[in-house]
Design a protein around this ligand. Structure first.
Ligand code: ADP
Ligand code: MG
Length: 214
């Protein structure tokens, strides 16, 4: 399926053209239409299959097409397990947001807490974060998620392996439940802990599993 067939906003099509991509990967082709109609999503596919754009493009489409619920709160939060992945996802997001009026920040463990607090006071639209540190900022009331429209969990299985279950639950509890959409990506869906937390976070999700095991 070609990117031009998804009905993305023109500004997104420009970014995709800039990246030089024409055809969606399989996970993108299956996941993006579900995400774009506002459904919760439980998805898995192997490393290198293009999951980052599978959630960032629908996220961007959504913020273009809808009005913010709040001026203060982030509209999109992406949770990732590690600092390395946070940096990768954040740099991909920065490319997509270049030339737009949308702002973004990176909140990861091991960096200065007060500097992050100051960045959060600028009311960024997108937050890419590791769960422990974002949960700390929520606890300190540095950020509120009542206006959150989209919660994305990337490599949720690894977040659980790293002991982030409680932080993930705290972030979920702070987030708007009525209007929020959740996109949940995991290397495997064949795991009790993954399914337990997915059942807590997701509402009637579409299930998209590409490749082995499903
Ligand atoms: P995953 O998260 O599934 O491991 P990534 O999102 O990191 O995969 O993508 C892996 C690589 O594939 C990246 O370099 C990305 O830019 C590239 N990529 C993503 N989507 C496409 C596409 N539709 N066509 C070609 N390359 C793509
Ligand atoms: Mg990935």
């Amino acid at each position: 399926m070609l990117f031009k067939e998804f009905g993305f906003d023109n500004r997104i099509m420009k970014s995709i053209a800039h990246m030089g991509f024409e055809e969606a990967t399989e996970i993108q082709a299956r996941a993006m239409p579900e995400a774009m109609v506002g459904r919760d999503l439980l998805a898995s596919s192997k490393t290198g299959s293009g999951k980052t754009l599978a959630y960032l493009l629908p996220a961007l489409h959504r913020v273009y097409k809808t009005r913010a619920l709040s001026k203060r709160d982030p509209r999109v939060v992406v949770l990732v397990p590690t600092r390395e992945l946070a940096k990768q996802v954040y740099s991909q997001l920065r490319l997509l947001l270049a030339g737009t009026s949308f702002s973004s920040i990176l909140i990861q463990g091991g960096e200065n807490f007060n500097d992050q607090h100051k960045s959060l006071q600028k009311d960024p639209h997108f937050v890419v974060a590791t769960p422990g540190r974002l949960a700390d900022h929520i606890k300190h009331r540095h950020v509120f998620l009542e206006g959150l429209e989209l919660l994305i969990l990337d490599e949720a299985d690894r977040m659980l392996d790293l002991g982030f279950a409680d932080a993930m639950r705290a972030i979920n509890a702070a987030a708007n439940h009525r209007l929020r959409q959740t996109l949940f990506f995991s290397a495997t869906l064949d795991n009790t802990d993954v399914n337990t937390i997915a059942a807590e976070l997701l509402k009637e999700p579409s299930r998209v599993a590409i490749g082995q095991g499903y």
